[in-house]
Design a protein around this ligand. Structure first.
Ligand code: ZN
Length: 305
């Protein structure tokens, strides 16, 4: 992908120098990532009183909405002049995330009114380390990147790229762009009211896995729509799509389950298989059309049912 580092996006909220999430839980030793892929936080758990994503969000429980507790005291993450301490590669990652965020939001601002008759509004993207507070409860690095519909923010700890590499994922520029634009895809779902409908459907336990997969695959398809726009604007380079597809495979439920426990149980899928994720990304990329991303009626394989 052709891009030039152009500073930090005005839609980025940089909390990397902050002292963690506070809110009554403490991350000993800086946490560490779980192999969870990236998710949209489903707040159904708050409505029903049961944590649907309890296992993923783990230590979230007690801290949710309580707003109590002192901030976690940690070693300063800032230089003497107040700037955030970061490595050269992390500095570059921030520029890349900024470029992709701005480019994707510009793209959706143009195509959403045309294709869906709705205006796009910008999401914010929060950079954090270890833990931070979100409108969906306390966020931890172990959650992986996620989008919170309640505050319309994407949350990411850039340490996730190392985790992705361990999963066999790619951390090239376009590979990272896939992750960011997948999350922006959840924001588009929020604007279109799809997110809310899915949450209602997920009140029925028998629909949770299926609906979650449909929501996630649609976000992959929307990421593909952005990729389509990069091709039209001639900033896509050879090998870029392969990078995105490598990541779509790395975060497929079957792949993650195989790595975690050696076996696969499709009934507990939340994001779809590697093949499904690749398939829906490709569908968005090939067509560039929102209407082609109707995972809810098409079925996970894209062929109905
Ligand atoms: Zn997702």
């Amino acid at each position: 992908m052709q891009w030039t580092p152009g500073g930090t996006s005005s839609d980025i909220e940089d909390r990397r120098g902050d002292s963690g999430g506070g809110g009554g839980f403490n991350l000993g030793g800086g946490g560490g990532f779980g192999i969870v892929g990236f998710i949209v936080v489903v707040v159904i758990g708050l409505i029903s009183g049961r944590g649907f994503l309890g296992s993923i969000l783990g230590g979230l429980g007690a801290g949710v909405g309580s707003g109590s507790g002192a901030p976690v005291q940690r070693e300063s993450a800032r230089n003497a002049d107040g700037s955030i301490q970061e490595s050269a590669s992390e500095h570059r990652d921030v520029q890349l995330v900024s470029f992709v965020l701005d480019d994707a939001q510009k793209t959706w601002t143009a195509i959403l009114p045309q294709q869906a008759g709705r205006n796009y509004r910008h999401a914010k993207l929060v950079l954090f380390r270890d833990a931070t507070r979100s409108g969906c409860g306390n966020a931890q690095s172990s959650t992986g990147p996620f989008y919170c519909p309640a505050d319309e923010r994407v949350y990411i700890d850039l340490g996730f790229w190392d985790e992705l590499r361990k999963l066999g994922g790619n951390t090239g520029d376009f590979a990272q762009a896939y992750v960011i634009t997948h999350e922006i895809g959840h924001h588009v779902q929020n604007i279109l009211g799809i997110e809310q409908r899915a949450q209602s459907a997920m009140r029925d336990p028998s629909q949770r896995s299926k609906t979650s997969v449909e929501l996630e695959l649609q976000a992959d398809c929307y990421a593909g729509i952005w990729a389509h726009s990069t091709q039209r604007r001639n900033i896509l380079q050879s090998g870029d799509i392969d990078q995105a597809l490598q990541n779509a495979a790395a975060v497929g439920d079957d792949h993650i389950q195989k790595m975690q426990r050696g076996s696969v149980s499709p009934e507990s899928f939340t994001h779809g298989s590697s093949a499904e994720r690749q398939g829906w990304f490709k569908r968005g990329f090939t067509t560039g059309e929102v209407k082609q991303c109707d995972t809810f009626t098409a079925g996970a394989d894209g062929y109905g049912g």
